[in-house]
Design a binder for this molecule. Sequence first.
Ligand code: ADP
Ligand code: MG
Length: 387
Amino acid sequence: MISRIEAYFIANYTNKPLLIKAPGRINIIGEHTDYNLGYVLPAAINKGIYFAIKGNRSSTIRVESFITSPEQIIFDIAANSTPFSSFWGNYFKAILEILVEKKYPLKGFDCVFGGDIPIGSGLSSSAALCCGFIFAISQALHIKISKEEIAIIAQKAEHRVGINCGLMDQYALLFGKKSHALFLDCKTLIHEYVPINIKGYSWVLINSNIKHNLAVDTAYNKRRASCEFIVKKMKAIKNNVSSLRDVSLADLKKIINEVSLVDYKIARYVLEENERVLKMKLALKNGNAEGIGEILLDGHWAMSKEFEITTKELDCLVDIGEELPGIIGSRMMGGGFGGCTINLIKKELLNKSIETIVSQYKLRTGIDAEVYHLQVADGIQVINLAQ
Ligand code: ADP
Ligand code: MG
């Protein structure tokens, strides 16, 4: 794909561009914990969004989508951009506005992008889009923007577009490392690499093919609002509480009669999910496949019954997996309401397990699932095609 984007760029913009890959990400465990300043365990993958970019010595910024909803958007640094119909234009507009607000020396450039991350499937195509664009601008225009700052700007852009996300996705794809998960403490933003490959097992994603649009769905933001409400309640009875990270299960019990059961269960889920991330980190380090499987399943059913962000199709995929000896564990992955499950599958039963799960899913839901055998890859980078 990247060489096709480069060829298209050269044919239409006449210059040889700089090429960037911004990967998607998986998450072993830790959903909705990032904005609660908890723990997460994501990893960058070998699917990505690719950018061809080159400065054009003017004040005009032209951005063109390749393949997915082809559209060209023109921004003038000094004036408002022309209206655009594609949703992705909102992310780029937000990013350019933030860069101007932060007084980065923006200049004109041309950019063509396209990718192979399934959109709205929990692999964080939106973070790849945002981080990739900012990184591409910084590289092409020689503007120094640290990865930490790229993450913050990309997060801000998502907030402006409509999703109050945390920083997991951005950190995963900016700091990802081949064959490793990134254990990130979202309170301190200190991270540590944990080996992700388990001998005799494969990590496989199964796409339920139920798509979400997190920026438009309100359910994601509602969960965040519930968490913030609990924090506010806790502040009244405990000092130094600024997020759910500062709250224990024992603390939470003290306010059980002051909050709705829904909000209580949402907060309890977050606290328990943090525990699961810590347990998972240990299980990965020890190569303990059975342990990993159990934690994945615990995580899934908590998201289904307590946090209520799965769909019946995702529950169905996990249900089928639980009946199969080759699938050691699985759970819905990502912000919720659609997307993929992540599965740890015994290599010797890999093909058989996948065949069964796909056919059973079709039988029970009428939907064709897609299977991704992903590799855990390095994070964002400049690509040199001559290599
Ligand atoms: P995801 O889990 O994939 O991040 P989101 O709902 O957060 O799902 O973001 C999906 C949005 O990202 C899409 O609506 C689209 O605007 C944008 N997007 C992602 N990848 C691309 C792409 N390759 N081309 C155009 N838009 C994209
Ligand atoms: Mg997203």
